[in-house]
Design a protein around this ligand. Structure first.
Ligand SMILES: [Zn+2]
Length: 55
């Protein structure tokens, strides 16, 4: 199964996993580094991809 990628326009995201998939975990805040443009949640391995909405 491929890794879940969540697109966000925020530099700080909250993740508490996915109840439906049984990968829920305590809520954590993840800060995306502007140099990397993404961050992987250390708990459920979701990837948050930073894509600013304004052009
Ligand atoms: Zn997570």
């Amino acid at each position: 199964m491929s890794k879940e990628v969540i697109i966000t326009d925020k530099i700080v995201v909250a993740c508490n996993g996915d109840d439906l998939k049984g990968s829920n975990h305590p809520k954590v805040w993840l800060k995306i580094k502007e140099t990397e443009k993404f961050i992987d949640c250390p708990y459920c391995e979701r990837r948050f991809s930073y894509q600013p909405s304004k052009v």
